[in-house]
Write a protein that binds this ligand. Structure first.
Ligand code: XMP
Length: 430
């Protein structure tokens, strides 16, 4: 193993990640573990150099104090306890006496080395993956999103053809997205990739369904069914690869933190499909996942792509999905992305997309009355997607995009710009 490890034990702090990130910033790999970890489990972690007990707001839950197991006090590793209120954490770790004390603990008392970098992280993970998987096979649902792409690249490097990737095209992908997944993973990285074109099946199930929640449920449920069918066709698979990243774990609730929302990466697979999970990114933050992808040689566009909802264009083709409107969303989205990239906005704006509502308005084309759809452009900035403000896109860029959409996208005679912040609007329309 290449990297030293500092273990943070979560004793109810809401700011574990601030501390973990600070330690990684200082060049030492750190992981957060639950307070009730056993001495045995700690000893099984590679290269532990020291332990930090991180207390905080939730240190007392239901009148019971959170404590570590007594046996941990008898271990040989240096151990410190910190207990900062939430409001002070960020500044404390960045200011000097506290930052100095942290450095002293890491480098002098624990003797940790500043050897945390992506190259070492990948090498260590490959060793862990090979040890876990042996000569068995791993199945991975490869959506083409950042997390699943990075896991795929890591697993291909670690176990090559023992990884079986399944890419389900639900017909709600952006223009050329599935093609690019096949090109990168099958043609360039020579992955063992099963491509399933389930577009017709999904569109069939969605026909006439206009309720947003019902649409989402159908897309999610059908995805699991298709993936399950493919999994059953394959023989001798013992492991399931997942692109779980650290924020997914935090948002799903740790033992001492309240749950924000439950996260399922593949989620909901039937009980009789029993797989052991392989989750090599589960200790990484999003920016670290991207750095990992770059180090693994994935294309920039794939690693830095903007967030894209699981139900895809299905939630941007409003109401009951029809093929003509779905095509209008896909084509207008491609134009928007092209023009944003040309104007340099792709690196500045957090998320941008088009939406097509399910009503028509009157217009004129070639001196004749037309009754056609409209495209709405949405471009927002946010830090955590909980609130968002709109991007004040340059007028000329908007005019150019509008003119291209009106000229190139069929069945569209009107383009609007969404001026609404979140709240009260959400980022997506459905
Ligand atoms: P809202 O619309 O709730 O979106 O303001 C917040 C962020 O989440 C993305 N989003 C999703 N991401 N699966 C995802 O992985 C989903 O079902 C989903 N729905 C919304 C949305 O694009 C925005 O970035």
């Amino acid at each position: 193993m290449k990297q030293d490890l500092i273990v943070i034990l979560d004793l109810g702090s809401t700011q574990n990640t601030v501390l973990a990130r600070k330690i990684r910033e200082l060049g030492v790999y750190s992981e957060i573990h639950p307070h009730d970890i056993t001495a045995e489990e700690l000893k099984a972690l590679p290269n532990v150099k020291g332990i930090i007990l991180n207390g905080g707001e939730n240190r007392v839950v239901d009148d019971k104090g959170i404590e570590i197991r007594q046996e941990l006090y008898g271990l040989d590793w240096p151990m410190i306890s910190v207990d900062y209120p939430q409001s002070q954490c960020q500044e404390k770790w960045n200011e000097l006496p506290d930052c100095d004390a942290l450095k002293k603990f890491l480098f002098e008392e624990c003797g940790a080395k500043s050897n945390w970098n992506m190259k070492n992280f990948i090498e260590d993970q490959m060793e862990i993956i090979r040890k876990q998987v042996g000569d068995k096979k791993v199945l991975l649902a490869l959506s083409g999103g950042v997390d699943s792409s990075v896991v795929a690249a890591m697993l291909i490097k670690a176990i090559g053809q023992q990884l079986v990737c399944v890419h389900v095209n639900h017909g709600l992908m952006r223009k050329n997205e599935s093609e690019s997944v096949v090109k990168v993973f099958k043609d360039e990285l020579h992955a063992n990739l099963v491509y399933v074109d389930a577009s017709e099946r999904f569109l069939g199930k969605l026909a006439g369904i206009s309720d947003p929640e019902q649409k989402r449920k159908i897309i999610g449920g059908e995805f699991i069914r298709v993936f399950e069918e493919e999994a059953r066709k394959l023989e001798g698979i013992d492991f399931l690869g997942q692109g779980t990243i650290y924020p997914d774990i935090i948002e799903s609730g740790t033992k001492t933190a309240k749950m924000v929302k439950s996260h399922h990466n593949v989620g909901g697979l039937p009980e009789d499909l029993k797989f052991e999970l392989v989750e090599p990114l589960k200790q990484l933050f999003k920016d670290e996942v991207r750095a990992c992808g770059v180090e693994l040689g994935l294309p920039h566009d794939m690693v830095y792509r903007q967030p894209f909802p699981g139900p895809g264009l299905g939630v941007r083709c409003l109401g009951a999905i029809t093929r003509d409107r779905l095509e209008a969303v896909r084509e207008s989205d491609a134009i928007l992305r092209e023009e944003f990239a040309r104007a340099g906005l792709d690196k500045k704006v957090w998320q941008y997309f088009t939406v097509v509502p399910d009503f028509k308005s009157v217009g004129m084309k070639n001196n004749a009355r037309v009754f056609e759809y409209m495209v709405i452009i949405r471009a927002i900035n946010t830090v955590d997607a909980m609130t968002a403000s709109i991007e004040k896109v340059d007028w000329e860029v908007l005019e150019k995009i509008t003119n291209r959409i009106l000229a190139e996208v069929e069945n569209v005679n009107r383009v609007c710009y969404d001026m609404s912040p979140k709240p009260p609007a959400t980022i997506e329309f459905e």
